[in-house]
Design a binder for this molecule. Structure first.
Ligand SMILES: [Zn+2]
Length: 277
């Protein structure tokens, strides 16, 4: 759901650089560091690693999706045809660099991080696709206004890749999943963004409000969603149990999206594509 929230990015990298430089100064400058490197390896250039704070307790994610190896043959044929056509139909946008960052290789405590996404978070746009695109392509100098997802799925079938999956989208603020988050700035709370892929469904017109539900998403949105998810699951080896919602990962208890999501519609389609077996 699109609302401003806080992010952590530049500060984490700067803190990291400062600690590395302080370490170099403490042992007598760059030449000595390089000399010592031959003996001691790259340890001198790394800050002392510390245990990162863990996220607060959160309800466990119990996936509404289940393992299924049978498929509806007609649905399978339709989705396989869509899968073949999809690469040519994806619109790729260049959003403003203030709204995303690189996936970090270390947290604020010097611990190594994987840069491969391992979680998929579903959202809804609340307002139309054009509104989301306009927000992502606008320069936002203030951290609290910076926002992005990797992909948008339009009500009438548009598939818009707004950010390459290798980059870190600012899709969630204060958040965690199954006891996991990443803190890139100790002054700010942790988030799932460093290991997440964010995908948002265009909200129907009757959902442009704060009501708890609306008329739901179109069949073509579920078709496109299943094809995109099956591709991401295969490409990054993400299990179906790691497809979740913004509502679940949000630790601030402010997000409700995606509202009126039909998990059984997704279950049938992912099973038809062989992604749940
Ligand atoms: Zn959201």
């Amino acid at each position: 759901m699109l609302k401003p929230f806080s992010h952590q990015r530049r500060q984490g990298a700067l803190a990291w650089a400062a600690v590395a430089l302080a370490g170099a100064a403490a042992v007598g400058g760059t030449a000595l560091v390089l000399q010592n490197l031959r003996d001691q390896g790259p340890l001198l250039l790394q800050p002392q690693r510390q245990r990162a704070p863990e996220p607060p307790a959160q309800a466990a994610w119990i996936s509404p999706l289940t393992r299924q190896c049978s498929a509806d043959p007609a649905l399978r044929q339709r989705l396989l045809a869509l899968q073949r056509r999809l690469p040519a139909r994806v619109e790729r946008l260049r959003i403003d660099p203030s709204n995303y960052a690189e996936r970090q290789r270390r947290d604020a405590y010097g611990n190594r991080l994987s840069t491969t996404p391992s979680l998929i978070v579903l959202h809804e746009t609340v307002y139309g696709l054009g509104s989301a695109i306009n927000t992502f392509t606008t320069h936002h100098p203030n951290d609290g206004d910076q926002v992005s997802y990797h992909l948008l799925l339009g009500e009438h079938g548009r598939v818009v890749e707004t950010l390459d999956p290798s980059k870190r989208a600012f899709g969630a603020g204060y958040s965690a999943f199954q006891g996991r988050w990443v803190i890139t700035n100790p002054a700010m709370a942790g988030s799932i963004n460093n290991f997440a892929l964010h995908l948002s469904l265009e909200t129907p017109l009757d959902g442009e409000d704060n009501d708890p539900s609306h008329s739901g998403y179109s069949a073509v949105q579920y078709d496109n969603l299943a094809v995109v998810l099956a591709d991401w699951m295969r490409r990054y080896r993400i299990p179906y149990t790691a497809i979740t919602t913004h509502r679940h990962v949000d630790l601030g208890l402010e997000r409700a999206d995606p509202r009126s999501f039909d998990w059984s519609a997704l279950q049938r389609r992912l099973a038809a594509l062989g992604a749940l077996c």
